[in-house]
Design a protein around this ligand. Structure first.
Ligand SMILES: NC(=O)c1ccc[n+]([C@@H]2O[C@H](COP(=O)([O-])OP(=O)(O)OC[C@H]3O[C@@H](n4cnc5c(N)ncnc54)[C@H](OP(=O)(O)O)[C@@H]3O)[C@@H](O)[C@H]2O)c1
Length: 269
């Protein structure tokens, strides 16, 4: 990779685990200045210990809370002088049929995945415009194709894509690149902590995490796409096939998706 990221200030939400952590592991050796946040202080502390001496600013922040986001973005600007790139990565998932799920589950997923991005983007935008920077949203294949058991998650990612697509056009003349990246299944903690019908972490992954793309590989694809000023990025063969099939054969894709996620009428994935 070139020196595109050298000395750039990159604010990444949810950098203490999974794909966000993968981004940090790759960006620090490239000489970027990193700000990140998450809800769990211990995980952020581990990150700080691992990268003691690096330009790393960690803030405890729940992105669904505007005041937390303000503290994260304001303190990042104070620490590093501005923000070049904002990667809205923090996200949670769910696994419950809509007929069983408490409405609080849908609201919580929406608050984190959609409003978390809206909050941080609103707060960081003046600095990003000044620096002709980049806004990234980590979306999902579920942002192109609704997935069963994940009604709230799919809705939050469709909303994210629409928000960023509109913002992209608003900012064209300000030379800010707005993009959304859609990982396919990627090995991470997201399925362990996905909310069940009552809003508690389900505590297990229903899938074989070992067969998925690694978070580091996913992060490397995201960084390449940012450097190439891409509009969108869709990852994994299955992810690309799903988006393609859904665009041209949506009815057939309904059947394939049903077959993948259900066995004998039960949601299994
Ligand atoms: N893994 C996949 O298969 C996959 C596929 C498509 C899209 N994605 C997307 O990729 C993004 C990252 O997911 P991941 O797989 O890396 O998940 P992960 O391993 O569970 O990591 C999520 C990160 O976000 C943080 N986070 C969660 N809720 C937060 C909140 N309210 N405020 C601030 N930070 C929060 C977590 O830290 P705390 O828990 O300490 O807050 C953690 O650092 C998400 O937007 C997800 O939707 C993932």
């Amino acid at each position: 990779m070139s020196d595109f990221f050298k000395n750039k200030v990159v604010a990444i939400t949810g950098g203490s685990d999974g794909i966000g952590r993968g981004l940090i592991d790759l960006l620090i050796p490239l000489g970027a200045k990193i700000a990140t946040c998450g809800r769990n202080q211990d995980k952020l502390y581990d990150l700080q210990v691992r990268y003691a001496g690096a330009s790393l600013h960690c803030v405890v922040c729940d992105v669904s809370r505007y005041d937390d986001c303000k503290q994260f973005i304001d303190s990042t600007i104070k620490t590093f002088g501005g923000i070049d790139l904002l990667i809205n990565n923090a996200g949670i998932s769910m696994r419950a049929l809509f007929e069983d799920a408490s409405l609080d589950v849908i609201k919580k997923v929406m608050d984190v995945n959609f409003y978390g991005t809206v909050n941080c983007t609103k707060l960081a935008l003046p600095s990003i415009i000044e620096r002709k920077g980049v806004v990234v949203g980590v979306s999902s294949i579920a942002g192109y194709r609704g997935l069963p058991g994940r009604t709230g998650y799919s809705a939050s990612k469709f909303a994210l894509n629409g928000f960023l697509e509109a913002l992209r056009v608003e900012l064209v003349e300000k030379e800010v690149n707005v993009m959304w990246v859609c990982p396919g299944f990627t090995s991470s903690n997201i399925r362990n902590v996905a909310l069940n019908q009552s809003g508690n972490a389900q505590g297990e992954s229903p899938m074989d995490e070992g067969k998925m793309m690694s978070a580091t590989e996913c992060a490397a694809h995201i960084l390449t796409a940012i450097e190439k000023k891409k509009r969108t990025l869709v990852l994994t063969f299955t992810g690309k096939r799903t988006v393609f099939m859904n665009k041209f054969f949506p009815g057939w894709t309904d059947k394939l998706v049903r077959k993948f996620f259900f066995k004998q009428g039960e949601l299994v994935t």
